[in-house]
Write a protein that binds this ligand. Structure first.
Ligand SMILES: Nc1ncnc2c1ncn2[C@@H]1O[C@H](COP(=O)(O)OP(=O)(O)OP(=O)(O)O)[C@@H](O)[C@H]1O
Ligand SMILES: [Mg+2]
Length: 255
C-alpha cells in the first residue's frame, strides 16, 4: 500500500536525517486511537512483553497521564521481571519533537508507545513523527467503528503522515466472534485499505496477565494458546515491517 520507495533525491535527504537521528535502527510502534478504553494499553503492554519474551531489547513509553502502562511495568518489577525499559512523559503539543527525541534517546531497539485517549491535532502529529508503525485497536460497537473511521482519517490527513506515510494496521479487540456487532466490525475493517491483522478475544486472561505484570504471550496456561496465536500474527506482521524499513535506506525513518 504505502511501500512506494522514495525518489533518489528524497533518499539523500532522508539519509542525512537518519544520521541526525540518535538511533536510526530503532523500531518504534505507536499504539493509538482517539477513543478511550478500546485497548491501547492492553496492546502496548502485550506487545512490549511479547518482545521481551523473545529476548529483544525493548522499551515501553507511556505518554498517557493516567500512567496505566507504567503501573503495569511497576507491577511487573514487583513480580521480579525486569526486562522492559520504562519511559514516561506526557504527550504535550507544545513540547518540540526534538525535545521528545532527546527524551527517548536511551530507548532500546524496539520502542512501544502507549498514547492517551483523545489524541488529535498537533499531539497526534508529534506522536506520528516519533513512530514508524501505528497499531489501532478497535472495539466492536457502532460508536467505536465511527470513532475509528474518524481517527484513521485524521492520521491520513496529518502533516507528518502526508510527508511520509507510516505503516498502519488495525486490530479488532474484545470480540465475541459470533455476534452481529462483530460481523459489522469485520465488514468495516475488511473494507479499509489498511491491514486488519487479527481479532483479539474478550477474555479475562488479559486481565489476569495484567495482575501478574505479564502479557498474554508469557502466560503458561493452555487456555491462552489461541490468544498467543493471535499475537504471533501481530508479531510476524511487525517483523515484516521492521525488515522492510531496514532494507530501504531512509524509508520511513521517523522525522
Ligand atoms: N481483549 C480483552 N479482553 C478482556 N478485557 C480487555 C481486553 N482488552 C482490554 N480489556 C480491558 O478493557 C479495559 C480497557 O482497556 P485498556 O486500558 O487497554 O484501554 P485503553 O484504550 O488503554 O483505555 P484509555 O483510553 O483509558 O487509556 C481494561 O480494563 C482492560 O483490562
Ligand atoms: Mg490506556
Amino acid at each position: 500500500m504505502h511501500e512506494q520507495t522514495s525518489t533518489a533525491a528524497e533518499e539523500i535527504v532522508s539519509s542525512a536525517r537518519v544520521v541526525q537521528d540518535q538511533a536510526p535502527d530503532r523500531f518504534t510502534v505507536l499504539i493509538a486511537n482517539a477513543k478511550g478504553g478500546c485497548g491501547k494499553t492492553t496492546l502496548a503492554t502485550n506487545l512490549a512483553s511479547g518482545y521481551a519474551a523473545r529476548h529483544w531489547p525493548v522499551s515501553l513509553l507511556d505518554m498517557d497521564p493516567q500512567q496505566s502502562a507504567d503501573l503495569w511495568l511497576q507491577q511487573r518489577r514487583r513480580a521480579g521481571i525486569d526486562n522492559i525499559h520504562g519511559l514516561t512523559f506526557p504527550l504535550e503539543s507544545h513540547t518540540p519533537v526534538t525535545q521528545m527525541r532527546a527524551r527517548i534517546r536511551d530507548a532500546r531497539d524496539v520502542l512501544v508507545i502507549d498514547s492517551p485517549a483523545g489524541l488529535h491535532g498537533q499531539a497526534l502529529d508529534q506522536a506520528l513523527q516519533l513512530s514508524q508503525v501505528v497499531l489501532i485497536p478497535v472495539l466492536p460497537s457502532p460508536i467505536d467503528i465511527r470513532a475509528a473511521t474518524r481517527f484513521l482519517q485524521t492520521i491520513l490527513l496529518s502533516p507528518s503522515y502526508q510527508r511520509r506515510p507510516r505503516r498502519l494496521a488495525v486490530i479488532a479487540n474484545r470480540s465475541r466472534q459470533r455476534t452481529r456487532m462483530y460481523a459489522q466490525l469485520n465488514l468495516f475493517l475488511n473494507s479499509l485499505k489498511i491491514p486488519f491483522l487479527t481479532t483479539l478475544r474478550d477474555t479475562q486472561l488479559y486481565v489476569q496477565a495484567v495482575d501478574q505484570g505479564k502479557g498474554i504471550q508469557e502466560l503458561e496456561d493452555r487456555r491462552a494458546e489461541e490468544d498467543q496465536r493471535h499475537w504471533q500474527t501481530v508479531m510476524e506482521w511487525l517483523e515484516i515491517q521492521r525488515q522492510l524499513i531496514r532494507s530501504l535506506p531512509g524509508f520511513l525513518h521517523p522525522r
